[in-house]
Design a protein around this ligand. Structure first.
Ligand SMILES: C[S@@+](CC[C@H](N)C(=O)[O-])C[C@H]1O[C@@H](n2cnc3c(N)ncnc32)[C@H](O)[C@@H]1O
Length: 293
């Protein structure tokens, strides 16, 4: 997608130099003296989630989406595949992940093979805005704290609605802006966090409805995330030395500045979070022509 090429390459650089990465996960496992030749998902699951609220957030999303063993789930912007592996392991469903950052895609495949879940979980390298899947393919589409990086949210939601089966569910959480966020703050988030723009709680609700979905729930997670993000900032700071060794002092400092700024916007109510559960309608919404009759 030519018009978004430049933005996509900044996202790739951001994730290629992210403090949470395959090497960092493997080092954390080694520090726990885990035998890598018999690594299991029960152990890996505590190290490979890159969203807010960890495993519990996966459980809540899966329960609200009604994910079952006979479902095929698509994780849009799946990163290193933590949620995909977790859902397949816990529920027994099939999960496909799609991610644009090649290093994330390769790590997802490697970690999945290490825990022997490749029979249930697979990954595709691709762009969420033009997914290489046929219409009506998946029972459930999920996403967690990733769609904030994707430009053109109407197209993103329309793509998700296209690939989910009629009657299927789109369930996701995402970073949102509130109406207090200023343009200079948004510009800084764009350049430092690679968020091209951010949706609002009502904005996503409208996009889902416009894309032929019935909104079942939309929950404001802003207050909960205020606390979650303070803990996340502390976690990234605890990885500071490792980030410095891996990507250099400049990137480590840059990350800290960017993340501290991001978290401060939660503190002052300029950023928020939301969870959305929507069912794709069985038939496209009909224009109401009875009024003219
Ligand atoms: C915060 S990570 C989320 C990973 C995953 N949801 C998890 O919880 O572990 C965001 C991911 O979105 C991916 N991403 C961003 N823009 C994308 C796009 N346009 N298409 C596909 N993937 C994208 C990034 O490469 C990154 O791996």
């Amino acid at each position: 997608m030519a018009e978004h090429k430049e933005h996509l390459s900044t996202v790739v650089t951001y994730y290629d130099t992210h403090p949470i990465n395959e090497e960092q996960i493997l080092r954390a496992l080694q520090a726990r003296q885990v035998d890598m030749t018999s690594l299991t998902e029960e152990v890996l699951k505590d190290h490979d989630q890159d969203h807010f609220g960890g495993l519990q957030a996966n459980d809540v999303l899966a329960a609200k989406a009604g994910i079952r063993k006979d479902h095929h789930v698509l994780d849009v912007c799946s990163g290193m595949g933590g949620p995909a592996r977790y859902l397949a392991h816990r529920i027994g469903c099939k999960v496909t992940g799609i991610d644009f950052t090649e290093s994330r895609y390769h790590s997802a495949i490697k970690l999945t093979a290490m825990v022997g879940l490749e029979g249930l979980v697979d990954f595709v390298h691709g762009n969420a805005l033009e997914m290489p899947f046929p219409d009506n393919r998946f029972d459930v589409v999920i996403g967690q704290e990733a769609w904030c990086h994707v430009p053109d949210k109407p197209r993103l939601i329309a793509e998700c609605a296209r690939v989910v089966k009629p009657g299927g569910v789109i369930a996701f959480t995402d970073i949102l802006r509130t109406d207090k966020l200023s343009k200079p703050d948004m510009r800084r988030l764009r350049s430092e966090m690679t968020f091209p723009d951010l949706e609002t709680l009502n904005g996503y609700a409208k996009l889902l409805e416009k894309s032929g979905c019935t909104l079942l729930e939309h929950d404001d997670l802003s207050e909960i995330w205020k606390r979650v993000l303070e803990d996340r900032l502390a976690m990234y700071r605890s990885l500071g030395k490792e980030t410095e060794r891996h990507f250099g002092a400049e990137r480590s400092r840059e990350w800290d500045d960017a993340y501290a700024f991001f978290v401060s916007k939660y503190r002052d109510g300029k950023l928020g979070g939301g969870r959305f559960i929507a069912r794709r309608d069985r038939a496209p919404a009909q224009a109401d022509d009875s009024k003219g009759a």
